[in-house]
Design a protein around this ligand. Structure first.
Ligand SMILES: Nc1ncnc2c1ncn2[C@@H]1O[C@H](COP(=O)(O)OP(=O)(O)OP(=O)(O)O)[C@@H](O)[C@H]1O
Ligand SMILES: [Mg+2]
Length: 306
């Protein structure tokens, strides 16, 4: 399937496939699809919240190496520390022990080179769509003309060029999330961190967003760490699915996803897809039950201390 072809998956009667026109833009693409930047190296990462007897180990001794341009999906039971790991890579949360490096540099604070997309788009409501996407380039010192030019190119890539002058509140949830992705990409991140970015979207929009994200990634080859609860989504998108355990979150399994590339919806009916799904499902179900019990015990302990 070429980049500009609409997906072969069936869309609702009143919706148009999102057209991707990135081949008409001048945004730098990765030569031969081989990325050289965005190498994430996490060594012995532990994150403890609070102090003394109230301290809580959220993440314990995680080591994970992600080569440049890889698409890694992180799954695991609720509360196991997925968002905490992502926030640590982004630089919002400091490691208690261990280190995180991106391209050999220790992560100490947030930076545009590590773009983050959250479940809720969290756009600036007072800025237009163009203003939202141009914000990062402007903050990094680019001129207004250059920032707007870049913003328009990224909006074109996510199929929203015609909404540049709209305000976020006038867009649907899926459109807002595409703006959020364009906003993160406009900083030319080495690493794109996505925390359940499609979790709030309806099923059809979600499928389109997944396919469009893959098309963008195939062109830009930014390293992606994508958190999701949806096993199908993780296997469909990922080169690799990393499964975290119940608390304290550590790595339980690291599964390479050897399905055909570029991915298209036909992989969903491949026997290999079903086998991978079964493996992931069994591991996650066991951990989810454990996490549920842990959280029930934790909440009754908190009640007793009140
Ligand atoms: N700032 C904080 N202070 C104290 N505890 C925290 C803090 N942030 C997260 N936690 C705890 O750390 C654990 C991991 O939280 P985290 O949000 O990373 O889980 P998650 O895997 O992303 O869960 P979900 O799938 O529900 O989003 C949870 O038990 C949570 O209560
Ligand atoms: Mg989370």
């Amino acid at each position: 399937m070429s980049l500009n072809e609409p997906s072969s998956r069936t869309l609702p009667a009143n919706s148009k496939p999102i057209s991707f026109t990135s081949s008409h833009t001048s945004v730098k693409k990765v030569a031969d699809g081989v990325a050289t930047e965005g190498y994430i190296n996490i060594q012995d990462l532990s994150i403890v919240f609070g102090k003394g007897k109230n301290s809580f180990v959220a993440v314990e001794r995680i080591s994970l190496e992600i080569p440049p341009g890889q698409f890694v999906c992180l799954v695991g039971p609720s509360g196991c520390g997925k968002s905490t790991v992502l926030s640590a890579i982004a630089g919002f949360v400091a490691p208690t022990y261990g280190t995180i490096q991106v391209d050999g540099r220790v992560v100490r604070k947030p930076a545009g080179e590590r773009g983050m997309v959250f479940q809720q788009p969290s756009l600036f409501p007072w800025k237009t769509v163009l203003g939202n996407v141009a914000h990062g380039p402007l903050m990094s010192g680019k001129s207004k003309v250059e920032s707007h030019r870049l913003a328009r190119e990224f909006l074109q890539m996510v199929g929203l060029a015609n909404f540049a002058d709209s305000y976020p509140a006038t867009l649907s949830g899926g459109m807002q999330q595409r703006v959020a992705i364009a906003r993160a990409l406009a900083n030319f991140p080495r690493v794109l961190l996505m925390d359940e970015p499609f979790g709030a979207l309806d099923a059809q929009t979600r499928i389109m967003m997944q396919e469009n994200l893959l098309k963008l990634w195939e062109e830009l080859r930014t390293t992606v760490v994508f958190v999701t609860h949806d096993i199908d989504e993780a296997i469909f998108l990922g080169d690799r699915v990393v499964i975290m355990s119940a608390n304290p979150g550590c790595i339980l399994a690291d599964l390479p996803i050897c399905l055909s590339q570029p991915r298209n919806p036909e992989v969903l009916i491949e026997p290999a897809f079903a086998n991978l799904k079964k493996d992931c499902f069994e591991l996650i179900r066991r951990e989810s039950l454990l996490a549920f019990e842990q959280q029930s015990r934790r909440s009754s302990k908190i009640q007793r201390h009140r």
